[in-house]
Design a protein around this ligand. Structure first.
Ligand SMILES: CC1=C(CCC(=O)O)c2cc3nc(cc4[nH]c(cc5[nH]c(cc1n2)c(C)c5CCC(=O)O)c(CCC(=O)O)c4C)C(CCC(=O)O)=C3C
Ligand SMILES: [Fe+2]
Length: 331
């Protein structure tokens, strides 16, 4: 399928773009059903769920993520219809795929709002897409676009936003501020099996962080740390946690910090609560000047990246052994 390009290659041709995201609640009574959907079969303790429920309720039961998907879609400049479906909340992927079938879509590119490789951020979305297409008669073929953590568009957006955050620090501290990149923690077992050879989640994050850090200032010290740990306490997850790390930096004499949530493409609840509420309160207590860089969001370079990904030769699907599912726990 597709026309020949001037170079004689077959250009991929999609008749729609499907944005696939995590989903989030938009009213108080939807918070618990959403959370139960997210953690089904995953052994997340009830206490953790109630704690996270309180984070959402503090913001009126509204997760920022759905509106951010709408904003991203509104900013897109593509010449095919754009659809949007979520893993965990309305609009659910399966309903969207049904709509696409009804509209006669045959072959769609899927942009997943998750930059890195791991079960949660890659394979689980592939499973979501497969489940939705299997459930819908006449479902379109859906081609997942490649991971974009090291794409120049994503790196440029994060670089701009990191520079802007530095500008918000008191002038005399700017040159001495440390860059602290953060990403969602995952279980160590999931990190070890991420990608084809293992370790790809952390390796991808380190790669992106190093690219952004190098653009901002070659000699500035930086770290990669983790946030938003979930799961039962006896299962080890990636560490250190961002808050523990801020305490350590402060004790070691660091004078200012820019937090860069490189693991998220928009200001998810993990960013607005775990960083803007929790980590920010800690920094205030410590007297540690801190600025949080914006996420990629609708930065024009990030938005353009999506069109560029659609124009690339069709990506090879992930090998079946990539990012395997963790053992499921009983409900
Ligand atoms: C790697 C990764 C990403 C980044 C890649 C991607 O973007 O997909 C991500 C994104 C997100 N995670 C989100 C929300 C939640 N994640 C949870 C739980 C978990 N996350 C995990 C990993 C990840 N999560 C894991 C291994 C769990 C344990 C349960 C399980 O194995 O699945 C829980 C349960 C409660 C708790 O936090 O304990 C919630 C509510 C939201 C929406 C936020 C909003 O509403 O703005 C987003 C974008
Ligand atoms: Fe999560």
């Amino acid at each position: 399928m597709g026309d020949l390009t001037p170079e004689g290659e077959r250009a991929p041709r999609y008749d729609a773009l499907l944005v696939v995201s995590f989903g989030g609640p938009e009213k108080p009574e939807d918070v618990m059903p959403f959370l139960e959907h997210v953690v089904r079969g995953r052994g997340v303790p009830r206490e953790r769920l109630l704690e996270v429920e309180a984070h959402y309720q503090r913001f009126g039961g509204v997760s920022p993520i759905n509106q951010q998907c709408r904003d991203l879609i509104a900013a897109l400049d593509v010449d095919v219809p754009v659809y949007w479906g979520n893993r965990n909340w309305h609009p659910f992927l399966e309903d969207t795929v049904r709509q696409m079938a009804d509209d006669g879509v045959r072959r769609a590119a899927a942009f997943v709002t998750s930059a890195y490789r791991s079960y949660s951020s890659c394979r689980q979305y592939i499973e979501d897409i497969e489940r939705a297409t299997a459930a819908v008669p006449g479902a379109p073929e859906i081609v997942k676009l490649r991971h974009f953590f090291d794409h120049p568009g994503f790196v440029a957006a994060m670089t701009d936003h990191t520079r802007a955050a530095l500008e918000r620090l008191p002038e005399e501290l700017r040159d001495r501020a440390r860059l602290v990149f953060t990403a969602h923690s995952i279980p160590i077992s999931m990190a070890e099996t991420a990608g084809a050879a293992g370790g790809a989640y952390e390796a991808g994050l380190r790669r992106t962080a190093s690219l952004v850090a190098a653009e901002v200032a070659a000699d500035r010290p930086w770290d990669l740390v983790w946030q938003s740990r979930s799961g039962p306490p006896q299962i080890p997850w990636l560490e250190p946690d961002v808050c523990d790390h801020l305490e350590e930096l402060h004790a070691a004499g660091t004078e200012a910090v820019v937090l860069v949530p490189i693991g998220f493409v928009s200001d998810h609840m993990e960013v607005v609560y775990d960083l803007d509420v929790e980590a920010t309160a800690l920094a205030e207590r410590l007297g540690l000047p801190l600025a949080r860089a914006a996420t990629a969001g609708t930065h024009p370079r990030f938005v353009r990246m999506i069109s560029e990904l659609m124009a690339e030769p069709e990506p090879a699907p992930c090998p079946a052994t990539c990012c395997p599912a963790p053992a499921r726990r009983p409900r």
